[in-house]
Ligand binder design. Sequence first.
Ligand code: NDP
Length: 455
Amino acid sequence: MPFDYDLFVIGGGSGGVRAARIAAAEGGARVGLAEESRMGGTCVIRGCVPKKLMVNASAYPKALQDAAAYGWDVQAGAFDWPKFRGLLGAELTRLETAYRGTLRNAGVVVHDARASLADAHTVRLSTGQTFTAKHILIATGGWPFVPDVPGADLAVTSNEMFDLDTLPQRALIVGGGYIASEFACILNGFGTKVTQIYRGPQILRGFDEEARGHVVTGMQAAGIEIRCNADVARLDRSSGGIVATDLSGAQIEVDLVLYATGRRPNVQGLGLEQLGVAFGQFGEVIVDEWSQTAVPSIYAVGDVTNRVNLTPVAIREGHALADTLFRAKPTKADHAMVASAVFTQPELGAVGMTEEQAKARGGAEVYAATFRPMKTLFAGRQDRVLMKLIVDAQTRVVLGCHIVGPEAGEMIQLAAIAVKMGATKEDFDRTVAVHPTMAEELVTMRKPTRTHPAI
Ligand code: NDP
């Protein structure tokens, strides 16, 4: 019996939408897609997009101070959070509509329903409908994880941050990853007194240590209190807000507690276990390099597979799958040298090897420059930028690049092209500087700052 669809995608986020669109529009496949919430997934609805707009909004007080330092007669006035929230909501609705339009134009049939698997080729929707499909793609993303701490229900997660009734005057942010650090800076920019509490010795674990240090210095200088080697023991409601007690017994009263302690793959209730799909230690769907699960007709892409949990990676995985299944172009997603940015203030951009990894491997040179950029130096700020390259001492290939400073995300995107291409330090040096810029430092660092001998 023929299948209802060639491909049925569960999840309308970055990875699922890309796979569906390419399969239908370019692969000629009959594609169905089920989404239980709003189209666009975490990135568009409750992640990257609203977060970046909040980063932009929160950066204006500093920009206005700088404008005044440059001679402008400006008064910041107050921030109208409900007005911004309304504009943000309208923008997300516009994007969601655009996503739906793109899928419709591609010929994808969208089902606004929750889906689960009845068997390896059958999807059952919450509407009661069932559909058969030759291939089924799980692209259900992740969901915030909150540890089991007494009073944790008093806290919010990143999901709720874009719909707050009011901005808090005092906030406690738990965690030291991307989300915790970005929201610490956002709220601080809005004027909230922010305390960030992290269980390890330094936030942003996994990034280059010197780069993390620069971010922390900048965040602290901006007024954020970062408490490391500490964790919340319990939360209690008080007459003035929420009291957080840490493991040492110290207490802090705040208006808002944000838990940003990681995300977990969204696999609950999909019915995958009975079918023989394998899971990893965090509940992630185990797939091979073709994004295929242990059940041949079932695939998975994006955060639900917990490979590299970034939107552009999910998009590549989804695209590669559609190419493989429907365009006679067998393609594996490439997870090497993926650049990323943390939109803290200051921003951090990174690609490739950290200095710690280079040291452990041996045979590396480190070129690092820190300086006060012209723009904010003129405004009297102490902000420092970091430009750093990790170079293989023998082949001269640039193994890693780390940038801290304004627009580091934009800069690392461009540097990542050269690094991904295997450029050498000499290739960087042959490139004439663009002056006066911050990024010119990447091509003018002549002497290694440190060397790590071969082991
Ligand atoms: P991360 O994995 O980046 O950070 C989680 C943080 O929570 C870590 O500091 C971790 O500590 C801490 N933590 C974990 N479990 C506990 C616990 N039980 N008690 C106390 N602390 C705990 O997750 P995020 O939630 O920040 O982000 C999720 C994903 O989303 C990231 O993997 C990232 O890829 C993606 N993302 C990307 C962004 C970007 O590209 N700019 C922005 C936002 C998110 P420890 O370090 O000790 O493990």
